[in-house]
Design a protein around this ligand. Structure first.
Ligand code: AMP
Length: 583
């Protein structure tokens, strides 16, 4: 067990004093207190759009920027809370005029355009369900998801529509309307122009009473095998978004916040739309894809104070020979968080050296709807650990085996499956149309996350791997992350993906796929050096026996290394569902 700590938050992090004593805050915490933060709808109930936008627009924050949009072509647009209220009201009226109502699924297939953010709030206002898809999906994953989600309407752009959706229309009989963001005029009764519809719509909209349990968002998650699952979320999830915005992301009224995630992934909705606006803070949206220089410029020019990103992006920044602290003015930046994959200790240290701040890891998943485990700004960071459970979240490690009936809580330091006590407000309420699959996620009153982890004597959680990624080699259980992290300590290694390769003697042997940093070339010498490096650091039982160089590792669109795909390719097996593979 590693116990390397980064002792305290840097000077300029204004921490929440009540979390300085985490233990005390954890035990005193009550969800009822969070309920007091919300205004509630005048018509009754709780609606995301009202709490995130309208109540600020009706109050002191009306003229404050809610959204600062940075277009891929260099354009910059600002939208105040008042404008967001009006524009989203228009969009809600558009939906009404199209006969799209409560519970109806509205899909979106666009890059991060302002119209998407306006539509998202409008969809919540109309009590319809937002179903955001990655714009880069090809026709097959689009069709699968829209069918499964019973798509009634779709918001997209002309180019995406022509290329990917028009050929599918016959297979989507339930789809009543396609709204094209950039079409000047309606094409037909079915294919409509957003601007024409918005021009006719009123900017006043009274939100109907909304039950906190009404469905708000449907996200699709791939899983390792089989068809993607439709993960159902509800309006009440804002309790978790508000609370984690305050205690993990440490949002204060004057913050400028940037979340780099695309809304096709849950981070891009929970924390790319909802959490910052619940706190009434300015949300930066960058339309363009990753570009290191542009990213540093955004941090500098927009004076970003809180930055929420992902290990894949951090690793890409680490690959380059830029020195952001020297080359850019990052004085405003005070907190950096990361989610989505294990954050290698190397990356946390890189943050300290190159950004002047440690990077705080946190853990959650599509099903949990919000952050569950985190390294709080006010707490020491334990390098390589995911952190401590959030207030109101009960996380445990359990050992279970349905065939033998074993079910027990793991002891400190003992590996097992990470499980969470149901009842946190942003918990998924089901897999759409798959009740049995949903029920299988629970055992003896606990939600099973599918991740292996352990808890140390300080109460910090450590990620080992997805249960289905674990390697069994000569009787040892090896978590790929541990091996990847070690390999990344070598100066030549930019990324590593580790799998178990079937072996007649050992069961499996550890094999590593490695992408090198700029300036390094694959060679037999380097391969041997890396094998030796692994042995020396990890011991012969755990170190990779085989190393293969690749210029880039296959990743999901949300940036996770696809070990499952590396393994299928290695073994010449079918690649399974690769709809989320980034090309
Ligand atoms: P998704 O539902 O696509 O967001 O994926 C969730 C999964 O990503 C989790 O179950 C973990 O396997 C992984 N994950 C997310 N955050 C972390 C983290 N901080 N450390 C390790 N794994 C993570």
């Amino acid at each position: 067990m590693k116990t390397e700590w980064i002792k305290k938050a840097p000077e300029n992090v204004s921490v929440r004093p009540n979390l300085m004593d985490y233990e005390k805050a954890y035990h005193a915490f009550k969800w009822e207190d969070v309920a007091l933060q919300f205004q509630g709808l005048p018509s009754g109930g709780l609606n995301i759009a009202h709490e995130a936008i309208d109540r600020h627009a009706n109050g002191a924050l009306a003229e404050k920027n809610a959204l600062v949009w940075l277009g891929a072509d260099g354009e910059r647009r600002e939208y105040t809370f008042a404008q967001m209220k009006q524009e989203s009201a228009r969009f809600a009226n558009v939906l009404q005029s199209l006969g799209v109502g409560k519970g109806d699924r509205v899909f979106t297939l666009t890059t991060r355009l302002p119209e998407f953010y306006i539509a998202a709030i409008g969809i919540f206002k109309n009590c319809s369900v937002l179903c955001p898809l990655f714009a880069q999906f090809g026709p097959e994953p689009i069709l699968q998801r829209m069918k499964k989600g019973d798509a009634k309407a779709l918001l997209t752009t002309r180019a995406i529509f022509e290329k990917k959706v028009r050929p599918l229309l016959d297979e989507l009989p339930e789809l009543q309307t396609v709204i094209l963001i950039d079409a000047p005029e309606d094409e037909s009764g079915k294919i409509r122009s957003l601007s024409a519809l918005m021009a006719q719509a009123s900017d006043l909209f009274e939100i109907a009473p909304t039950d906190p349990e009404d469905m708000s968002i449907l996200h699709f998650t791939s899983g390792t095998t089989g068809m993607p699952k439709g993960v159902v979320h509800v309006h009440k999830a804002i309790y978790m978004h508000w609370m984690s915005g305050k205690y993990v992301l440490d949002m204060h009224p004057d913050d400028i916040y940037w979340c780099t995630a695309d809304p096709g992934w849950v981070t891009g909705t929970s924390y790319g739309i909802i959490a910052p606006w619940l706190h009434g803070i300015t949300n930066i949206v960058n339309e363009a894809e990753f570009d290191a220089k542009r990213w540093y410029e955004i941090l500098q020019n927009e004076k970003v104070t809180i930055w929420y990103t992902a290990p894949t992006a951090i690793r890409r920044l680490m690959r380059l020979e830029l020195d952001p602290l020297r080359e850019y003015d990052l004085a405003n930046l005070r907190l950096v968080h990361s989610v989505g994959e294990p954050l290698n200790p190397e990356a946390v240290v890189w943050g300290v050296e190159k950004l002047g701040l440690p990077i705080h890891d946190n853990w959650w998943q599509t099903e949990t709807g919000g952050i569950m485990i985190a390294n709080f700004a006010s707490q020491p960071i334990q390098l390589g650990s995911m952190g401590l459970p959030l207030l109101g979240v009960e996380a445990v490690i359990i050992n279970h085996d349905s065939s033998s009936g074993v079910f027990e809580m793991a002891k400190t330091g003992q590996k097992g499956e990470l499980a969470i006590k149901p009842g946190w407000p942003s918990m998924f309420r089901g897999y759409l149309h798959e009740e049995e699959r949903y029920q299988k996620s629970f055992i003896n009153g606990w939600y099973l996350t599918g991740d292996l982890a352990y808890k140390d004597e300080y109460g910090y959680f450590w990620f080992i791997g997805r249960a289905d990624d674990i390697i069994k080699t000569s009787g040892h259980m090896v978590g790929p992350f541990e091996v990847e992290s070690t390999l990344m300590e070598h100066p030549a290694v930019a990324e590593a993906g580790v799998i178990g390769k079937p072996d007649p003697v050992a069961g499996e042997v550890v094999k590593a796929f490695i992408a090198l940093k700029a300036g390094f070339k694959p060679s037999e010498e380097l391969r041997k050096e890396l094998i030796g490096f692994g042995r020396q650091k990890l011991g012969a039982a755990v170190a990779p026996k085989e190393i293969e160089f690749q210029s880039d590792l296959p990743k999901t669109r949300s940036g996770k290394i696809m070990r499952r795909l590396l393994k299928a390719r290695e073994m010449g097996l079918p690649e399974g569902d690769i709809s989320t593979l980034e090309h």
